[in-house]
Design a protein around this ligand. Structure first.
Ligand code: ADP
Ligand code: MG
Length: 465
């Protein structure tokens, strides 16, 4: 892959060549074309993977193609004319086209330095840092030049906004660099205020070490239909976790299969993920009736009850935890051998998070998704996201009536034979013998018929989010 192939203009490519960049890094390969197309981006990748250029290059490309607005021309002409007359120009608020928010001064300066390097051949585009600790007159001087690009720490920027020195009505691009760190540093209110002051039509790009939890929530709030780019390091590819999909016809089939899989001899402890708090409660109840020591964990429970449940899980008293995404974050219990997706998560990154509850402390784990035929597309989304194919499994006696939908035979990018630890080649089904005898005849699990809902397994409630 070359920088040309990413669609960048020749002035930028020349600057990159002069800077000694010969080819884009993986995060740049993915982010640059999407950002040139105007997409919002949520990006997580390791430190040193080249994220600055990943947002700056497409932004410079887009901004250099924009005509300077009439307002900005007048602004600059008035300033120049006043200076030519030897007058001190009347201050007008700066109207940047792009804003990069960073947690620290050092990082802001680094971004500005890199921007200068990438934009040497684009004379109109100037980047300026607005930082805490910089003398105020110096900052006013910089803002008076009406720079196209502002790189700022949130606190100081708010000061200038509140005193009317910056007007974001012309803003085209907003970047939050190291968003997780900014939130850790307590900048959330400032960030919200700044985002509020920018036009809804802006393009938003957010970079963070993680897209989980608070950052993820904010990220989804401030972006529109974002493209999610996660460049995972080997450590979080979950290579020690075997993944499988089992197709089910309906909820009663799903319940029977879950019951069967939970009786697997190799199972020590398991987490079953559901989409809603209500399902977590109902399924935990049903599993208890069926003889498992199960407990629910979700966001509606008081902290005390949550802690008690987690303690019981750690002590091994709870064998099956039935949890929603919100409650299950951060569970680190090495004896969890199995993770079940009773419902698929709404967001592919949550899948990665969920299956990471097993295979901890260097052990192996098994992650099984029980999927209705109608959810085949969601499995594909997850596969695209993780760049791993998830083999489909069928267990004798628990076969779906409908045959599994055709799986893609093309490999998602980056997948190599042998990456796939599930045993099956893509598109190929594996048959495994039930390794525990079934106790209850042909109808399977012990809580059949107790489901009050319609039996279409493809429900769309994600009530816990
Ligand atoms: P991150 O923000 O992901 O931690 P940076 O954007 O700070 O990473 O980049 C890390 C280093 O890699 C910088 O020195 C940068 O100049 C360099 N770099 C970025 N992209 C490329 C590239 N395509 N080729 C060579 N060096 C690069
Ligand atoms: Mg960086």
């Amino acid at each position: 892959m070359t920088f040309e192939a990413l669609g960048l203009n020749t002035s930028i490519i020349k600057a990159l060549t002069d800077a000694g960049y010969t080819k884009p890094t993986p995060v740049q390969e993915q982010a640059v074309p999407a950002a040139i197309a105007g997409k919002d981006l949520l990006v997580s990748s390791q430190t040193g993977s080249g994220k600055t250029a990943a947002f700056m290059l497409p932004s410079l490309h887009r901004l250099s193609a924009l005509e300077p607005s009439a307002a900005s021309r007048t602004h600059n002409q008035e300033m120049q004319a006043a200076r030519a007359r030897g007058e001190r120009p009347r201050f007008k608020p700066a109207q940047p086209k792009m804003l990069v928010l960073t947690p620290t001064r050092e990082l802001a300066l680094q971004v500005t330095t890199n921007t200068d390097k990438y934009s040497v051949n684009l004379r109109r585009l100037k980047a300026v840092s607005i930082l805490g600790g910089m003398p105020y007159p110096k900052q006013m001087q910089l803002l008076a030049k009406n720079p196209e690009i502002l790189v700022a720490t949130p606190g100081r920027l708010i000061d200038h906004m509140e005193s009317g020195k910056i007007d974001f009505s012309q803003l085209e691009i907003l970047v939050l660099d190291e968003a997780d760190r900014m939130l850790d540093m307590g900048f959330i209110d400032d960030i919200e205020k700044i985002v509020e002051a920018t036009p809804d039509t802006r393009q938003t790009m957010l970079f963070s070490a993680t897209l989980d939890g608070v950052v993820g929530n904010m990220a989804r709030r401030i972006t529109k239909d974002p493209q999610i780019i996660q460049i995972m390091s080997a450590a979080n590819k979950h290579e020690n976790i075997t993944q499988r999909v089992h197709f089910v016809d309906d909820l009663s089939h799903k319940n029977r299969l879950l019951d069967h899989l939970l009786r697997d001899d190799s199972l020590d402890q398991a987490v079953v993920f559901t989409a809603t708090k209500r399902d977590a409660d109902t399924i935990a109840d049903r599993l208890n009736i069926a003889g498992f020591s199960a407990a629910a964990l979700h966001g509606d429970m008081h902290q005390g009850a949550r802690n008690r449940t987690l303690d019981s899980l750690r002590r091994g008293q709870v064998k099956v935890l039935v949890a929603t995404d919100v409650a299950a974050r951060g569970i680190d219990v090495p004896t969890i051998t199995h993770v079940f997706n009773y419902d698929l998560p709404k967001f592919p990154e949550d899948y990665v998070h969920r299956i990471g509850r097993t295979g901890r402390a260097g052990r192996n784990g098994l992650a099984i998704s029980l999927v209705n035929h109608a959810e085949g597309m969601n499995v594909k989304r997850i596969e695209r996201f993780t760049k791993q194919l998830i083999p489909v499994n069928v267990i004798e006696g628990y076969e779906p009536k409908k045959s599994a939908p055709p799986r893609s035979t093309s490999r998602p990018g980056g997948w190599k034979p042998g990456d796939n630890r599930g045993g099956a080649k893509p598109g190929q089904r594996t048959f495994s013998k039930p390794n525990a005898p079934r106790r209850d005849g042909a109808s399977g699990g012990g809580y059949k018929g107790s489901n009050p809902r319609s039996n279409d397994g493809a429900r769309r409630s994600y009530g816990d989010r």
